[in-house]
Design a protein around this ligand. Structure first.
Ligand code: NAP
Length: 255
């Protein structure tokens, strides 16, 4: 069975690695190509770059005789999920979409939930604050509309210089992050507000726990709607879905 895994997440790499050897699946892992040094899955065929919208993706799926698609993209990657839903529907292909559960506020959390990145910038207000910005490289530009604050910006690859607000310190680092390190970072930079997407998962949760411990408010950007037909919360569930699909196909063929 030929499987396309849409990736760019730890879940995608985990499933792809698990299917790399000794499985009945021929896997291609697809990355958007945004990260200079992506975490690759050993022994898995990887392609990089956009397909050219839903039509381009449908063409690629047909050309490569793909039997099933796992959409393991990030909860905030809404466009590729819409494309995957449309392209697989056109071709009648099975699709499984991983949507990790979002983080929920716990007692002691001081969350300010906002809908968009622009709302997050506006939520910082006019009084100068020391902001820890952990929203990904592509979204930094929105904070130029809130130039009175001092920003500590953490990204995997360096942001575009033109996107940076006037007072910006950039930290290049890739998760997972430990709570002790996050406590140290927030204290060392005298952070008084954190801005994050509600990404969910364990790898980047420590900043939320650290902010709670230090009683620092967190501006939390809520998720966009992610399209899909069959949605599961974890990589293990997606693997189970794939195994069931394979078993059903075998039974139908009477193998
Ligand atoms: P997006 O807005 O949903 O997608 C924009 C376009 O990028 C898509 O239309 C597609 O181009 C291309 N694309 C996205 N994911 C792709 C993939 N896995 N393989 C091939 N092409 C892909 O996505 P995004 O928010 O920019 O995220 C880009 C990538 O970074 C995704 O793989 C995502 O999992 C990962 N990521 C995103 C975030 C985030 O906060 N958004 C965080 C961590 C990781 P075409 O239309 O040309 O096919």
């Amino acid at each position: 069975m030929r499987v396309l895994i849409l990736g760019g997440t730890t879940e995608a790499s985990a499933i792809a690695s698990g299917l790399a050897t000794g499985s009945p699946f021929e896997v291609t892992l697809s990355l958007a190509g945004r990260t200079a040094k992506p975490v690759l899955a050993n022994g898995v065929t990887t392609r990089s770059g956009g397909f050219g919208g839903p039509e381009g993706l449908a063409r690629w799926l047909a050309d490569n005789q793909i039997d099933a698609v796992i959409d393991a993209t990030h909860p905030f990657a809404a466009q590729i999920s819409a494309n995957a839903t449309a392209a697989t529907a056109t071709l009648g292909l099975p699709l499984c979409t991983i949507v990790r559960p979002p983080w929920s506020a716990m007692p002691g959390d001081r969350w300010d939930a906002v809908r968009t990145i622009e709302d997050a910038a506006a939520a910082l207000g006019d009084t100068p604050r020391r902001v820890f910005l952990s929203v990904g490289r592509q979204n930094i530009g929105a904070f130029q509309s809130a130039p009175s604050h001092a920003y500590v910006i953490r990204t995997i690859d360096p942001p575009e210089h033109a996107d940076l607000p006037p007072d910006a310190t950039v930290i290049e680092s890739r998760g997972p992050f430990a709570i002790e390190d996050e406590l140290d970072l927030l204290a060392r930079h005298r952070i008084d507000v954190v801005v994050t997407k509600n990404a969910g998962g364990k790898a980047t949760y420590a900043k939320i726990a650290a902010a709670r411990q230090l009683q620092i408010p967190v501006v939390v950007i809520e998720r966009p709607i992610k399209a899909g037909r069959h949605t599961v919360p974890t990589a293990a569930d997606a693997r189970l879905w794939l195994d069931t699909l394979h078993e059903n196909a075998r039974s139908e063929r009477g193998v």
